[in-house]
Design a protein around this ligand. Structure first.
Ligand code: MLT
Length: 411
């Protein structure tokens, strides 16, 4: 009989959002009349910007004629999208990134999950706690950890605790690590790292020859000047950082799927014999072997956000969700609940009232006021006692949810 990859057996039963879905479905079955408001998974609710729709319609028409039909495209992405990304998100900020350092994909969840394949299995991994589960779970699957311990941590991982006490800004690890996952603006805490804080990480990575895996999927939500939109704003980062970006939260592409990863050629790793190798080369090899490119229609839609009209529409879309974030943040405050984030990010990270365990608070919110959120403990042991609400709901539901929390939730 074929054997299985036993690393998978180290993981808890189901992916966090699958578990939430299961619990909500069970509640809905038992209470079909319940008017449930979903502020759990960070999925967008507003339609794609009109510029994207127009560009995609046009691309569909191109696919209908032999002269303009496209089959396989370049695995790394079409030049029109790569150049638009390069100029708008990097060169315009004074950051020199070459076209062959950008890889377009079907979204940054896949890239954040797959990137670990090009690193040695013996690498020591550091992740924040709480953390977006994809970074951790994919390293468990790859065999870069030991077993799950009773305290909820995996053996062999260096955890960087983030809580209100350190303002959700992790301290540098006490030991040397090879791969460091940072997410800024952060999912789940909705908080950010300043230029000074990121500079500290880049310096650590350079001194320790580590690589920072920087997830900037929520960069479009940054409002404050001191928060870097890209890690490459930090001097020296091009030698030590890989950056993940996404159209999902920027322009509503969660269903249509498009993202990209930047791997500067200067980011290198070692072979066992001590030879240096560019990670860019390895990712290119992986991408061309395992991926056949994001659909042309989708890439046309994504490129449309970089037109002047597209920029305006994206700004409005992000502004819509950020207004929801403000409503949630201020509503929670009015309800006497301590909350963080929501200023540079579409997530609000609240302290559960009376230190209630976060899954208990999940059940309370669901059963008493029919609101779905995400328990902090689902993101790691340091998330215990916290709870995440997303600003990606529609306005009416966001307002209704906050009214219910203020007026109907008793604690
Ligand atoms: C979340 O709710 O954390 C996000 O939807 C995760 C994701 O983008 O994959």
């Amino acid at each position: 009989m074929a054997t299985v990859n036993e690393n998978y057996l180290k993981l808890p039963g189901s992916y966090l959002f699958a578990e939430i879905g299961r619990r909500v479905a069970a509640f809905k079955e038992a209470h079909p009349e319940a008017d449930i408001i979903r502020l759990g998974i960070g999925d967008v609710t507003q339609p794609l910007p009109a510029v994207c729709i127009d560009a995609m319609h046009k691309a569909v028409d191109e696919m209908a004629k032999a002269e303009t039909f496209r089959g396989y495209g370049p695995e790394q992405g079409y030049d029109f999208l790569i150049e638009a990304i390069r100029h708008n998100n990097y060169v315009g900020l004074g950051i020199e990134i070459a076209a062959n350092e950008i890889f377009v994909s079907d979204g940054s969840k896949s890239d954040c999950g797959n990137i670990q394949e090009i690193f040695g299995v013996d690498n020591k991994v550091a992740i924040t706690d709480p953390v977006y589960p994809v970074y951790l779970d994919t390293n468990v699957m790859a065999g870069r950890t030991g077993e799950l311990k009773e305290d909820g941590h995996f053996e062999g991982i260096t955890y960087l605790p983030c809580d209100a006490e350190n303002s959700f800004s992790p301290d540098l690890p006490n030991e040397r690590v090879d791969m460091i996952y940072l997410c800024c603006p952060n999912n789940p805490t909705g908080t950010t790292l300043s230029k000074e804080e990121l500079t500290k990480w880049v310096k650590y990575a350079k001194e320790n020859k580590s690589v920072i895996l920087f997830d900037a999927a929520y960069a479009a939500y940054i409002t404050e000047a001191d928060v870097p939109r890209s890690i490459y704003e930090i001097e020296g980062a091009k030698e030590v950082a890989i950056e993940f970006r996404s159209f999902s939260k920027t322009a509503g592409f969660t269903g249509t799927r498009c993202g990209y990863t930047v791997i500067p050629k200067a980011v290198k790793g070692l072979t066992k014999e001590g030879k240096t190798v560019e990670f860019n080369k390895l990712w290119n090899r992986r991408h061309t072997t395992k991926f056949n490119g994001t659909a042309y229609i989708i890439q046309r839609g994504a490129a449309a956000i970089y037109t002047p009209e597209g920029q305006k529409q994206v700004k409005e879309l992000v502004g819509y969700y950020m207004e929801n974030a403000r409503i949630i943040r201020e509503g929670l405050k009015a309800a006497g609940i301590e909350a963080y984030g929501g200023v540079n990010a579409p997530y609000i990270w609240l302290k559960t009232p009376n230190n209630m365990p976060s899954w208990d608070f999940f059940d309370k919110l669901l059963t008493e006021v029919n609101i779905v959120g995400t328990p902090g403990a689902g993101f790691g042991p340091c998330g215990e006692g916290y709870f995440r609400l997303t600003a990606f709901g529609d306005r009416e539901n966001t307002l209704r949810a906050i009214e219910r929390i203020k007026n109907k939730l008793h604690f």
